[in-house]
Design a protein around this ligand. Sequence first.
Ligand code: 13P
Length: 254
Amino acid sequence: MRKKIVAGNWKMNCTLPEGKKLASEVIHMVEDEVNNDADVILIPPFIHLTGIHSLIGSSNNIFLGAQNCHQHQSGAFTGEVSAEMLISAGATYVILGHSERREYFHETDELLADKVSFALDNNLTPIFCCGEKLEVREAGKHEDLVKTQVEKALFGLTKDQIKKVVIAYEPVWAIGTGKTATAEQAQEMHAFIRKQIADKYSQDVADSISILYGGSVKPENAKEIFSQPDVDGGLIGGASLKSRDFTNIVKAFD
Ligand code: 13P
């Protein structure tokens, strides 16, 4: 059985007091109202990690993640944060390759291959993001592009390593636009990604990897998207900043 996951990527939002309030509300609502075994991951800005880690405490289904990490252990990289630091602050997941990092910070699949393997070496679970821009989809090249992203960043991993990776398919045209992929479009791409992994590794490995959908997921559309056979949950942006909406998305698995 694959793990079901709902992760909230706060991006560059919330002061520390706002973040603590949001996290406390989510933690209470999830504990009181959710009737499923999905893992919930809160992914605040780096600087809020320790504060939010202490609120999560010893919950066994709410986890902490970071939005990025550096590909070296330590050293003269001003402004960067290492995998070891994230672990020491209580994070167990890290988003790598978000389209905003690819676009604004020029992260390439080659760099991401280093980051993914480095995160795994440090016992951080990567949430590896892939997904196409609108013009690529309109040209009918979305599967080719996602295949290349997955191959370049992940296919240097061993079987045991890739089994520990979470993949998030986030079509760039659906991020923050209110324009969600249809449940069929999500399913089609998730099945395609799973098949690439099965062809390279094995069906067992492919069947064990959680693939999340991201891009304008809301309480109104979460149930339909999450009910697709190859969709194992969501990576949520805007709606993760509202405790009621985010909790209702987690409840879509009830
Ligand atoms: P939205 O849910 O705001 O579209 O963002 C998705 C996303 O980028 C999550 O990483």
